[in-house]
Design a protein. Sequence first.
Length: 397
Amino acid sequence: MASVTLRDVVKRYDDVTAVDNMNLDIEDGEFVCLVGPSGCGKSTTMETIAGLTIPTEGTVHIGDRDVTNLPPKDRGISMVFQNIALFPHMDVYDNISFGLRLRSTPKEEIDRRVERASDIVQLEGMLDRMPDEMSGGQRQRVAIARAIVREPEVFLMDEPLANLDAKLRVHMRTELQRLHKELDTTIIYVTHDQAEAMTMSDRIAVIDSGELQQIDPPLTCYNEPANLFVAGFIGSPAMNFVVGEAVAEGFHSDVGEIDIEFDPANVGVGVGDRLTAGIRPEDVYPAENAENLADPSKPIRARTDVLEPMGDEIFIYLVTDEDAEVDLEELDTSGGQLLMSVDPDSEIEEDQEMEVVLDRSKVHLFDSDTEEALVHGIVDVGPDAGGPAGQEAAGDD
Ligand code: ADP
């Protein structure tokens, strides 16, 4: 096991900055996912750790060793990639042990390691199978076993489940968590799938445009996103964003007449500052249920548009402003829409006029200009509260 530390790592390709001043402190034995949209620099970050690419600037340490310029084989790492390249003419045993045999590891030692690795990935009894006799998931397990027998200090995995079908992917997530427990090794895992990152890792590193946006446990990223990017990327369906401004009574948006009360001074904003309010679909409620909420916002008039029954909940697309332009590319509700999640037994219908409220204790406020979070939950910052700035003021840690 070993820690992995990136200091001020930059990787440029001509005019593309793939990784921009990346600082990462991954602890010994941690399972960290690097997550972000395609092209954000996840793989390049991983390649600098693996030694497949040398950073333009900055250093990479594995444990206490500066490995910045070392070749992959001297770094004490094992890699598993999306494209599993097994040797088609070799059985499972030979595929798993290939690297060890190259290094002339004694036969008994090879047997011991192959047995342990195949045990961990549950391939017992399959060691004499050929790759073409196996399913995609089994082949991926062979690839993982091949990485395990090297007994690395750090596992690097780049979208290893991307080619598997949805059901198998979910199953393999559980297996990888079990693997992590059993091996007690540092794992760094690249994925563009935020759900995969949320379910597996100790911490997730959210990356956008080559820059680290936040590295925190999954629920912290969900409940206390550092900025608009993380707020919009983590969680499915995505958080609703409403653009507006600070007024004397709190937040006001002209798009759909949305008001959220608080004292701007307590959030450190001035009247007229451009703000974006963020609220997750599960924190929007029909106004008739507002009595269950300690801190509802003022009612918001809306018309129900599309209903999406999901089985355990129903997603309801609300139109809060009929005249607003719908821009599906934008992360805000300049489109005058809100997504609400309700219980499956709800009797709300399509095209129904209704009022909804937001749970103020779950409203996030962002500075629209810097895109940084200002506050998560605004229960204590009502006009009369006079108390501390928000229950969890952002950015003070
Ligand atoms: P991700 O893994 O998040 O999809 P990558 O790390 O593969 O992103 O790529 C980040 C950026 O760097 C992209 O714009 C990509 O086109 C660019 N890039 C990656 N590798 C190279 C390369 N070898 N040459 C030039 N540009 C590259």
